[in-house]
Ligand binder design. Sequence first.
Ligand SMILES: [Zn+2]
Ligand SMILES: [Zn+2]
Length: 189
Amino acid sequence: MNPEISWIYKKITRNGKGDLKMKSAKPAQNDLNRESEEIKQLASKFRSLNIQITPQRLVIASALTGTNKHLSVEDIHQIVRKKNSKIGLATVYRTLNLLKGKGLIEEHRFNDEFSRYELHTEAHHDHLICIECETVIEFDQPVIEHLQDLAAAEKNFTIVSHRLQIYGICENCAKSRQSQKREKHPLPS
Ligand SMILES: [Zn+2]
Ligand SMILES: [Zn+2]
């Protein structure tokens, strides 16, 4: 692990409050600042959910911050290993289960075949799932949300929650299918 990042984790863990003052912030440290900001926010979420803060747990949870969303256990393990090579897959599993139980993260089972994890957010969204590459894309479509409300109201049904998963082929996979077709059946020149 980058020694400065490691220092941040240790410092957050030591006072257990996630209070962190960046004294050595330099413009060249943008990435470091972003990561420490994300860790600070995570630490405060840990506190609000009564999760004991440990460096391992922070490292594992931080794999899901920023643009890293909807990751498999293996994806998370890959990211975590770059920061701490001692964290094994079993620990990642155990920690994810713990964090899920505390409501910090959500597990989605797609097609009963594969799981993806993401940080729990208050903002609702649904998912498009590619059946070829298992990419998960978030969407929020107010028209669909509204139609679901209408459908339920028609049956005097009170919605508590809903989950919408749409399976199909993502843009990238559609493109590579197209080019494979072209290789097999080249256009007459
Ligand atoms: Zn795909
Ligand atoms: Zn999502």
